[in-house]
Design a binder for this molecule. Sequence first.
Ligand code: FES
Length: 634
Amino acid sequence: DPPVTVSFVPSGRRGTVPAGTTVLDAARALGVDVDSVCGGRGLCGRCQVTLGERPGLPADPGRLSPPSLPETGYAGRRPLAPGHRLACAAQVLADVVVDVPEASQVHRQVVRKEAGRPDVAVDPVLRLHYVELPEPILEQPTGDAERLAAALAAEWGLADVRPDHHVLVALQPALDAGHREVTVAVRDGREVVAVWPGLRDAAHGVAVDVGSTTLAAHLCDLASGAVLASAGRMNPQIAYGEDLMSRVSYAMLEPGGAARLTAAVREALAGLVVTLCEDAGISPEDVLELTMVGNPVMHHLVLGLDPTRLGSAPFALATSGAVTVAASTLGLGVHRGARVYLPPCVAGHVGADAAAMVLAEGPHRSDALLLCVDVGTNAEIVLGDRHRVLAASSPTGPAFEGAQISGGRRAAPGAVERVRIDRATYEPRVRVIGVDAWSDEPEFARRSRRAGVTGICGSGIIEAVAELYLAGVVGSDGTIRPVDSARMVPEGRTWGYRLWEDPEIVVRQADVRAVQLAKAALQAGCRLLLDRAGVDEVDEVRLTGAFGSHIDPLYAAVLGLVPDCDLDRIRSVGNSAGRGSLMVLLSAAARREVEEVTGRVEKVETAVEPRFQEHFVAALGFPHGTFPSPHLAS
Ligand code: FES
């Protein structure tokens, strides 16, 4: 057959093949990324392409063979869109341009609405391969597992695959049921982790952010990267201790305490997977891969590792490297062959969540100097650019989560989350989670009837204290002053400010102090990293985490939570650790990247740095003592 030229877009690859070659074979010969599960048998519909064009080469359908079987009879799960051809069936008859749409590429960009930017190029950790195995015959006493390995090597170029034990158990029944046709899931191009009779073309994964307060998870299609369901729930370990150190103490002091904490979080994770699967209409059996990120204590407890050494210096981790374990070890109730991947921990109390934040925010890919802060009961702080990345954690305590604050609540419907205080009358206006109106708007009363007002959450107390400071009710040393307002409540030798009547929410002196301690710890941690980097300013501040992403940058700046910088350079960027967890779920390249960058992050230990205390004391005032704040003059 005479040679013809095939050009692929968007890859730009071009080469000659004999006329009559299928588009899929041409793509493979030229190293073009075209997806396939069925190996070119016209079954899976993953290989769909369209005719492209370039000057002198119009999109003439006659350049490809006319549709015939299997295309004309194709009735798979992915219907052939008008103008689409199966690359495995269409043959190249003349010089042609072939367009491989994003949906037919193995490595594709996933853009999520929330982030508004490509999060990750999918580079599947786990792929499905359909194979047909020859019938066993007496003359060839090879085992079926070896026939499977030979087929995977011949058709998919996978040398040296190793089936799990449970795959050995399931292989022959699957071959019988599928009439010698099976689909296998191969992880890392090596481990055969699942086998099903016939063609199977979907594999799912779950990415989890194991927070000390909240567990948040996404269920994804591992091939497309599409998020099919998202869910969250409280971490039930809270029953054993509000913050991390109290849970470590529980593990240390109570016989069987660590095991109880481990069992509680694993059970909740299994429940979360069930919820996600119900929402997406799949079975937990369909989940083949999971990723989890968390601070070192969560990381150790999920894995069943003793967290007690993380309670004091030198904060010795049982392992700082990336970990892969069988999901069955953790009792997650998913497919028997599923694995759980946890990225490395940065240090003894800067965990895999900080590593995931680094991956997601990418200071190591940035020319600008970024300060990324995940604000929670413990703040993870990362400062860096493409030359150097530093990380620390700072014990901010539970105030930012609304705990140990009078009237404090977690961020849930009914909690006050936004506060404005009139500078002249001292009268407040509030917004409440779940009620889409300010309290002085007519619709507030009607809309708030269902949720009611329950208390004040972390971002609410931040705004309340900042607004009280701006209104002159709280002085720069944090003392509440008795201004001329019926809202002032005498409380012994101090004063409180009544923010809400029913139920009564009073901002007390102790609450202002709690916010001062938390923000000073955060500011001091940031300052230590700036010292270590030898700089005074950063180019951009990114606030992340369930709480961090909820803080209005203005109030973060007013209180001095983070180093002073122009307001337009402080951004709330959503849950970075969760996004990092999603990235490592979808991409082997992202796993390599997080492992590489974590290895070179420089750890700064706040607990033993003498200057931490100095910075802490200096940062107690409002806006703060360390950074004069010209940006806030107005
Ligand atoms: Fe499966 Fe073409 S490769 S239908």
